[in-house]
Design a protein around this ligand. Structure first.
Ligand code: TYM
Length: 344
């Protein structure tokens, strides 16, 4: 949001970054490396940045109200502890800005059933009992499109698992613009990439690291102590070969590739750079290096989170200020949307 540079534009739209994370508990290293660390980079690259705790998305599956309240603040604390600065980025809760839900409804009327039925994340989350999933879980991506487009955001940093949802966001913007013969919503660019676009389970390199995996050993949680991190990395699945010095040597070695990618992302290096440094080492030598790097990065974040959580009134103030700033952008965009569709 720097004032020292002229804002860049994409077509007629000002370059603006939006992203969100669900406060459904259990923040993992995947959330950090795939998303929040990159939110911080974009903030520091002087983009206009808006980051949201998407509590209305979290309730698409049942949440205990008091736990949800706690998780919402914990996620906001995680944002700040990771380096998001409320002076530079807008940080807020989704439910505090009613424009999200209002625009979400309009997008429910733009998106097609067939589009939603193709969403793999719905299929995964609803599981075998899709008839019993909430309607909100099915409509989830339309609300996500509203989150983004309520700000005319042009860039959305996310992990690889959100790619299909962002394609749907683009489809919604294109269909809205076409149906109402306007050039009103931008066609958003996903920002996915780097070594940690898909951080995998420590127990199975073919599965995404996820808070819902039954084994806690499969993931590193942002609140894990150094001892726990060290234990999980020591127990992480590997193969018997030494580490290669070229990326081709990681082919068909999912677990090795994952650990090297995590090491690279934690140190802001590329996989190539890491391999030229560690090629030829055994895992017995590499794992302690990974433990050291992981605890060096993660311990200050978890202790800062604890510090922030000790002053909840201050945290709530930050979020309220953020919500006011967010509303001042989203409100005129929603008003104009109402105008376009003829409801006001
Ligand atoms: P959520 O809450 O599941 O995850 C938040 C972010 O973390 C990324 N992520 C990962 N990245 C790499 N490797 C992993 N193992 C990993 N696990 C999680 C996710 O890709 C995501 O970027 N639908 C979104 C939240 C959302 C949103 C939005 C995002 C709602 N509205 C608008 C962007 C813009 C979600 O469920 O993320």
């Amino acid at each position: 949001m720097g004032t020292d540079r002229k804002p860049e534009t994409i077509g007629k739209f000002r370059k603006r970054v939006f992203s969100g994370v669900q406060p459904s508990g259990g923040l993992t290293l995947g959330n950090y490396l795939g998303a929040v660390k990159r939110f911080v980079q974009m903030q520091n690259d002087n983009y206009e940045t808006i980051y949201c705790v998407v509590d209305l998305h979290a309730i698409t599956v049942w949440q205990d109200p008091s736990v949800l309240r706690q998780n919402t603040r914990e996620l906001a604390a995680f944002f700040i502890a990771s380096g998001l600065d409320p002076e530079k980025s807008i940080l807020f809760n989704q439910s505090a800005v009613s424009e999200h839900a209002q625009l979400g409804w309009i997008f429910n009327c733009v998106a097609r059933m067939g589009w939603m039925q193709r969403m793999t994340q719905f299929k995964d989350k609803a599981g075998k009992n899709a008839q019993n999933a909430s309607l909100g879980l099915f409509a989830y991506p339309a609300l996500m499109a509203a989150d983004i487009l309520a700000y005319h955001a042009t860039h959305v940093p996310v992990g690889d698992d959100q790619k299909q949802h962002l394609e749907l966001t683009r489809d919604i913007a294109i269909k809205f613009n076409h149906d109402y013969e306007v050039d009103f919503f931008p066609v958003t660019e996903p920002v996915i990439g780097g070594p940690a676009a898909r951080v995998m389970s420590l127990r199975d390199g073919t599965k995404k690291m996820s808070k819902s995996d039954p084994s806690d050993l499969s993931r590193i949680n942002m609140t894990d102590s150094s001892d726990v991190i060290s234990n999980k990395i020591r127990k992480a699945k590997t193969d018997p070969q030494a580490l290669p010095s070229e990326p081709e040597g990681l082919k068909d070695r999912a677990e090795a590739e994952n650990l090297v990618s995590i090491y690279a992302a934690l140190g802001d290096e590329s996989v190539d750079e890491v391999l030229s440094e560690i090629g030829g080492k055994q895992f017995s030598e590499f794992k302690p290096m990974l433990v050291e790097r992981a605890t060096e990065v993660l311990s200050p974040i978890s202790s800062e989170m604890e510090r922030i959580m000790r002053d909840l009134p201050e945290l709530d103030k930050v979020l309220n200020n953020g919500a006011n700033k967010a509303k001042s952008i989203a409100k005129p965009i929603l008003q104009k949307t109402f105008d376009i569709i003829g409801v006001r």
